[in-house]
Design a protein around this ligand. Structure first.
Ligand SMILES: Cc1cc2nc3c(=O)[nH]c(=O)nc-3n(C[C@H](O)[C@H](O)[C@H](O)COP(=O)(O)OP(=O)(O)OC[C@H]3O[C@@H](n4cnc5c(N)ncnc54)[C@H](O)[C@@H]3O)c2cc1C
Length: 389
């Protein structure tokens, strides 16, 4: 039987970031980082679209992304001269119909108040800025001039994983199949190899599986896997300045090296919990929704054909599509880092830092994450993010 001061369930970007910042904060206790998937083949982290934005509706989400942006800006300082995640700062362009303009401008006011470099422009200005874009049906758009773009998710995860190798972390390749609770404390974590790990603190960083992991401790968490398909296509025309464009219907498209990727707009009526083994892309979504939207918005994409596709699972918080961060109010040694609902890759460093501060210092220091606490889940009071892409 082993004992660890901190047991982290899930070793992809969120779990690795928690472990990393624990050591950065000077934590000298023992840490176990457990993952059942040694190559992260099914992790949201590696199946994501690896994009970062400032265009959120609530200040705390903007702050979490800005923390990561700061890290991107001093990547080599933090991780060494070889560190490179291929950050392409092309921005997001979130388009709106006339009806959506009040929300777009209200969100923009929140972003500007946080110092984000986002401008709202009318259709005429956007047409001049992006001549390849059709503004049919569009009244305005919000464009990130700096601080937004995309990067290489694998390289980003590897930066953290590699940095952890010298930080005295026990990497455990196993599945957590049980969590032993003694009253208002988690006592131990049980593994599928029969091991029992006593734990001082347990961090749930299980991504789309976080609801099930919480349930092992008898704790209800409204986070479930939701399948999201991403389609890759080629086009003859290249638009070097192209941002990640989000159409009012929710379809997004952006360049990815020499090709383009597109996704979004899953129909609400059929969007529900995914079978955790189902990673089959939904090709009908491309034919019926994504291709028509992309071809309308960028006429040069009219004759495209998707050459391949993949699907991943969102760590979807059904209450309000926002993260759940921090301790359970009664079971205080069980910490959540879950439910990011499509924006966890860019929030992971900030959340890792926040939880490390909580464990080491007993409170948040860099970014106050209290609004993301479990209390709102317990009382059923959503704190909703309006920009869920
Ligand atoms: C298609 C798609 C596009 C996305 N695009 C973006 C984007 O552009 N920008 C952005 O910021 N975010 C994006 N996201 C969301 C982002 O990928 C996730 O929010 C983020 O990666 C969550 O990280 P995580 O480490 O919590 O979860 P994961 O990466 O899923 O890792 C969880 C880990 O926990 C392990 N695990 C789970 N249960 C157990 C268990 N019982 N025992 C042991 N190990 C366990 C898993 O094996 C896994 O490795 C996207 C997601 C998808 C699916």
């Amino acid at each position: 039987m082993a004992r660890y001061d901190v047991v982290i369930i899930g070793g992809a970007i969120v779990g690795s970031s928690v472990a990393y910042y624990l050591r950065e904060e000077g934590f000298s206790g023992s840490i176990a980082l457990i993952d059942r998937d040694p190559h992260f083949a099914h992790a949201a982290t590696t199946l994501s679209c690896a994009s970062i934005r400032q265009q959120f509706s609530i200040p705390e989400n903007i702050r979490l992304s800005q923390f990561t942006l700061g890290l991107f800006r001093r990547l080599k300082e933090e991780f060494g001269p070889e560190a490179d995640i291929g950050f392409r700062e092309n921005g997001y362009l979130i388009l709106s119909t006339e009806e959506g303009v009040p929300v777009l401008t209200a969100n923009n006011a929140a972003q500007q108040a946080e110092g984000a470099d986002i401008v709202v422009e009318d259709a005429g200005k956007l047409a001049a800025r992006f001549p390849w874009l059709s503004l049919e049906g569009i009244a305005a758009g919000a464009f990130g001039r700096t601080g937004e773009g995309w990067f290489d998710a694998h390289a980003y995860l590897q930066l953290f994983r590699k940095a952890l190798r010298t930080k005295k972390i026990d990497f455990i390749n196993a599945s957590v199949t049980g969590i032993e609770r003694q009253g208002e404390r988690i006592a131990a974590v049980l593994l599928d190899n029969g091991e029992r790990l006593e734990a001082g603190t347990v961090v749930n960083a299980a991504g789309p599986n976080a609801g099930r992991v919480s349930a092992l401790a008898g704790i209800s968490l409204p986070v479930e896997p939701r399948k999201r398909s991403v389609f890759v296509f080629e086009a003859r025309d290249r638009f070097p300045d192209m941002p990640l464009v989000v159409d009012p219907g929710g379809v997004y498209v952006r360049p990815e090296g020499s090709v383009y990727i597109a996704g979004g707009a899953e129909p609400e009526a059929t969007d529900g919990p995914a079978d955790s083994t189902d990673f089959e892309p939904d090709w009908s979504l491309f034919e019926e929704t994504i291709w028509p939207a992309v071809a309308t918005r960028v006429p040069a994409f009219e004759a495209i054909k998707a050459t391949r596709a993949w699907a991943g699972h969102y760590d979807y918080n059904t209450l309000d599509q926002n993260a759940v961060i921090g301790p359970h109010p009664e079971v205080a040694n069980f910490l959540f880092a879950n439910g990011f609902s499509g924006h966890g890759l860019q929030q992971a460093p900030a959340v890792g830092r926040a939880l490390a501060e909580l464990i080491v210092h007993g409170g948040y220091r860099t970014i106050d994450c209290s609004v993301f606490g479990y209390e709102r889940i317990a009382s059923g009071k959503p704190y909703r993010e309006l920009n869920v892409i």
